[in-house]
Design a protein around this ligand. Structure first.
Ligand SMILES: [Zn+2]
Length: 239
């Protein structure tokens, strides 16, 4: 792992793609984020700030809770790097931070992801925090931030787990890298918990690299175009 060259500026080569798994980790991270929107809707979770931030927290919470340490760290590394790469890409294209957007700026999503993952297990992840240039001023608060996330999302997950195994996560779509990845993830969720209402997870072409939750259809859509977009981001990091 190479170090971030600078914590708060987009340096020329801030982050290099770690050996493999960038695309896969980001596809899962994005899926968990969309699942966050779905759970907020289906389970009626009250949210008192930006829902986009809450969905990011849910994503990193699942990565920490569901993956063994090595895989979890690899996933968190790549998911955070994905945000960093988006920011680099935006800058390369001459774009600006869209302050009006409901998502936090990518640089902020990067540090929030790093902080929460570090905060979940600070003893084991000190090196990770340093590798990702998480300033000490923020490090100090990360365990607290994680505890709040775990209390909030942990309660929601418990209610889903109490319902027992089921088939409320319904996956459909085209054979692809995304579908293959989600098959295991969805099976693991069904084996352990049930939603109050069934959720469709569709893997399909949308005409754009996107992923979204539609509350009317109760459906998460993972656009197949995301795979190529993520490969492009991986190239940006490798440069
Ligand atoms: Zn979202």
């Amino acid at each position: 792992m190479k170090r971030l060259a600078a914590a708060l500026t987009l340096a020329a080569t801030p982050l290099a793609a770690q050996d493999g798994g960038f695309v896969e980790a980001n596809l899962l991270g994005i899926f968990y984020h969309e699942l966050g929107h779905a759970v907020i809707d289906i389970e009626g979770v009250p949210i008192f700030a930006q829902e986009e931030d809450a969905a990011d927290v849910f994503s990193i919470f699942l990565i920490d809770a569901y993956w063994e340490e090595d895989s979890a760290e690899n996933m968190a590394y790549h998911a955070a790097s994905g945000f960093w790469a988006e920011a680099m890409w935006r800058d390369q294209e001459g774009g600006h931070i869209a302050w009006w957007d409901s998502h936090s700026p990518d640089e902020r999503r990067f540090f929030n992801t790093v902080c929460l993952f570090y905060g979940a297990n600070p003893e084991a992840r000190q090196e990770f925090a340093e590798e990702m240039n998480l300033p000490e001023e923020r490090q100090d608060y990360c365990p607290q931030e994680y505890d709040l996330a775990a209390e909030s999302w942990g309660g929601v997950m418990e209610a889903m787990i109490e319902r027992g195994a089921g088939e409320t996560f319904v996956l459909k779509g085209e054979d692809s890298l995304t579908l293959g990845l989600l098959k295991d993830g969805v099976a693991a969720l069904n084996a352990e918990m049930s939603l109050a209402r069934p959720l469709t997870i569709a893997v399909e072409h949308c005409g754009e690299a996107n992923a979204f939750y539609d509350p009317e259809a109760v459906q998460v859509t993972m656009c197949l175009e995301f795979e190529a977009h993520l490969k492009g981001l991986e190239q940006i990091l490798a440069r």
